[in-house]
Design a protein around this ligand. Structure first.
Ligand SMILES: Nc1nc2c(ncn2[C@@H]2O[C@H](COP(=O)(O)OP(=O)(O)OP(=O)(O)O)[C@@H](O)[C@H]2O)c(=O)[nH]1
Ligand SMILES: [Mg+2]
Length: 298
């Protein structure tokens, strides 16, 4: 399967729901108030936020009227263009080397798995990679990252279970710097965004990287489980306030029918999606692509 089609294929469930409703909408309605109200409903049912759905449909309606459009397929194309623009409102950062990528997020969203996949992604791109086990909360977490490091054939920096995660980050940064490593990937413990002490621990790790390795590009990525839908929005806001995010990794796109919240994330919070997880295997990761995502959606 080609690279892009994996992202499209992963959106199959979302697409099936949306496509069926769109077909019904076109059969039943001429372009008019009712049509646009229903179009809004369809977007909302795929977990686009009310605010974004309204804004997008208003724009479609405005353009359609301005251009005296009566053809439904033209409206679909217009909708696609506007949704793609919405995604592009948050530009995806270029990856520069050497770099540090720290992955944060609530429990079980797929941080450790994502790091395994991304380690492998960079290795295939002939980059040197080190992973840091800064989830010291449980021994199993360190072991899990170790397994991924073995699979991707990359170095791992780790301490004992229960040790200070910032100390792991400090060591990993010193080591990556000394060895001229292209990419350092930092795994962190899952934390509820409502727990202040854990968010403070994250801020400390953030400061250690910024202070100890200023010459590296530092990216902070929020890992979000696509099956949580709109709830992801609240998570993104809090993590954004704590450590200022550079992007989002969307996982489990293969299991969701609610991919629509991505439009709201990009359009309202202006945080770009950088990678998308489309399965549990080491190759199931893609660079996010706005055009492919929209095509996968309709
Ligand atoms: N289908 C699917 N499953 C995924 C994807 N990414 C991760 N998973 C699964 O999600 C589960 C949790 O993944 P982890 O990587 O352990 O999540 P985590 O965020 O590190 O979890 P904590 O460290 O406990 O917070 C595992 O069963 C993964 O296989 C994905 O893109 N698609
Ligand atoms: Mg983990």
């Amino acid at each position: 399967m080609g690279l892009f089609s994996k992202l499209r294929a992963a959106l199959k469930k979302t697409k099936e729901g949306v496509a069926q409703k769109m077909r019904r909408l076109f059969l039943k309605n001429k372009l008019g108030d009712e049509f646009y109200d229903e179009l809004e409903e369809i977007l909302i049912s795929a977990d686009v936020s009310v605010r974004t759905a309204e804004a997008v449909v208003d724009e479609v309606r405005g353009e359609a009227i301005g251009n005296r459009v009566k053809d439904e397929s033209f409206v679909t194309d217009l909708l696609k263009d506007i949704l793609e623009e919405t995604l592009n409102e948050a530009p995806v950062p270029e990856i520069e080397y050497p770099c540090v990528m720290m992955f944060v997020g609530v429990n079980g969203v797929g941080k450790t798995t994502t790091i395994g996949k991304i380690a492998n992604y960079f290795v295939r791109d002939k980059k040197s990679v080190t992973v840091a086990a800064a989830d010291t909360f449980r021994a199993a977490a360190i072991d899990q990252l170790n397994v991924w490091a073995d699979r991707a054939k990359v170095r791992i920096v780790k301490h004992e279970e229960g040790s200070d995660p910032s100390a792991v980050v400090f060591d990993a940064v010193s080591s990556a710097r000394a060895k001229n490593t292209d990419v350092l990937l930092i795994d962190t413990a899952g934390r509820l965004h409502v727990k202040d002490n854990l968010m403070n621990e994250l801020k400390k790790m953030d400061r250690v990287v910024a202070r100890e390795y200023p010459e590296a590009k530092f990216y902070k990525f929020l890992v979000l489980d696509a099956t949580t839908g709109q709830n992801a929005y609240a998570q993104a806001k809090v993590f954004q306030e704590a450590v200022s995010l550079d992007g989002i990794v969307l996982t489990k796109l293969d299991g969701t029918a609610k991919g629509g919240f991505v439009f709201s994330l990009c359009g309202e919070l202006k945080i770009p999606v950088v990678f998308a997880g489309v399965g549990e295997g080491i190759d199931d990761i893609e660079r996010f692509d706005a055009t492919e995502f929209v095509e996968g959606f309709f």
